[in-house]
Ligand binder design. Structure first.
Ligand SMILES: C[S@@+](CC[C@H](N)C(=O)[O-])C[C@H]1O[C@@H](n2cnc3c(N)ncnc32)[C@H](O)[C@@H]1O
Length: 213
């Protein structure tokens, strides 16, 4: 496993630790529970951060392998794993070279991470590789607005100031389309606006599930 494609963002990591609880209180915790409802078996979680999903996995999940490349977030994730009601193993790794065998998992989870990986197509190909045939990808991601001026603003932010200050986040990605382009069959995809905190306006998010054929 190589971490050559991960650019560390230590300032963002510290900010995420401080600011993410606020988004959970504003409703994000419910979206996480919705994303994970009904999951079963062994699950790989990509870019698990400080482990905010861990408390929402149903007891039908037998093990979560949570991949996280950023050291500060990984340490916080390890603490959260110790308090989870299902077994969670936090490991170092990157999206474009997952530390997992082909078809090893019943499902994979991506929340607020496909915006940040350097190459979405490669990350999705890796997720598809490690999910068994017939297994699921669960996702909760913010995506590019469809209307103006939001779409133009997102594109401007993505090309200029936003990735350097937000941990490599790209606000103008069409993640739902990318999931389908990667060869997953979309089974459910709900779109809605959500603001993680003031002064950020509601930005479009998608939540749902897609199946590996
Ligand atoms: C906004 S945080 C979201 C964390 C978590 N998934 C959540 O739902 O709260 C983005 C996460 O993507 C991770 N990340 C960034 N680049 C990555 C990569 N190349 N491979 C795997 N994870 C990555 C970051 O370290 C961080 O944990």
């Amino acid at each position: 496993m190589s971490d050559a494609t991960f650019k560390a963002h230590p300032f963002f990591a510290r900010m995420y630790l401080r600011m993410s609880p606020n988004a959970e209180e504003r409703g994000q915790a419910e979206y996480r529970a919705e994303m994970l409802a009904g999951l079963t078996g062994r699950v790989l979680e990509l870019g698990a951060g400080n482990g905010l999903n861990f408390g929402h996995y149903p007891s039908t999940v037998t093990e979560v392998v949570a991949v996280e490349p950023e050291p500060t977030l990984r340490a916080a994730g390890q603490e959260a794993a110790a308090n989870a009601r299902i077994p969670v193993k936090v490991v170092e790794g990157v999206a474009d070279g997952l530390p997992a065998a082909d078809g090893e998992f019943d499902a994979a989870v991506a929340s607020l991470v496909l915006c940040s990986v350097p190459d979405q197509a490669t990350a999705l190909a890796e997720l598809k590789r490690v999910i068994r045939p017939g297994g699921e990808l669960r996702f909760y991601e913010h995506v590019k607005p469809t209307k103006q001026p939001g779409a133009a603003l997102a594109t401007f932010a993505e090309k200029t100031f936003w990735p350097p200050i937000a941990g490599g986040c790209h606000p103008a990605r069409k993640t739902g389309e990318a999931i389908e382009a990667a060869g997953f069959e979309m089974e459910a995809c709900r779109r809605f606006g959500f603001s993680p905190g003031t002064p950020v306006p509601p930005i479009p998010h998608i939540i749902g599930r897609a199946r590996r054929p």
